[in-house]
Design a protein around this ligand. Structure first.
Ligand code: CA2
Length: 152
């Protein structure tokens, strides 16, 4: 089995299912985690699923991914729109990155239309709610599998 996929979640995502269900859905982060792990299992992939409210901890985890992960799925929450530190960490990690958002950020306030994560991402998934985590696993599985095949 390859190294795990790091699925990293940023600030306030611990409130999923508890507040603002009209925007972010009714599932809790624990539900989303189960859904993500289940999809990964069907593809024989392992997931390391984490959430933090701290920008520095996200940077630490992205640095850790360089050695310990085969790729990163990142919902950086509001840090998406503010954090050059996260962009720098992603560029240094040299791993495939999928940027993920539950909501369609382009239907929301203008400040959510810019992402510091996107330039480091292979692709972006947004607007599909919790299903987006499964889509991101599928997308990253394809990338990881084709890069492994290239090494054979
Ligand atoms: O749509 C997404 O996944 C976001 O990354 C969520 C962030 C937001 O700042 C981004 O623009 C888009 C906010 C996460 C806050 O999550 C909450 C969940 C439930 C209740 C309150 C906040």
């Amino acid at each position: 089995m390859p190294k795990p996929i790091f699925v990293l979640n940023g600030p306030n995502l611990n409130l999923l299912g508890v507040r603002q269900p009209a925007i972010y859905g009714a599932e809790t982060l624990a539900d989303v985690r189960r859904r993500t792990e289940a999809r990964a299992r069907t593809l024989a992939l392992d997931v390391d699923f984490r959430q933090t409210n701290s920008e520095g901890e996200l940077v630490d985890w992205i640095q850790e991914a360089r050695e310990k992960a085969c790729g990163i799925i990142l919902n950086a929450g509001a840090y998406t729109h503010t954090s050059v530190a996260i962009l720098d960490a992603l560029n240094a990690a040299e791993k495939p990155v999928i940027e993920l958002h539950l909501s369609n950020v382009f239907r929301r306030e203008a400040f959510r239309h810019h992402s510091y994560v996107s330039p480091a991402a292979h692709g972006v998934i947004c607007g599909f709610g919790a299903k987006g985590y499964e889509l991101a696993i599928e997308a990253l599985a394809d990338i990881v599998t084709s890069s492994q095949a290239g090494k054979a």
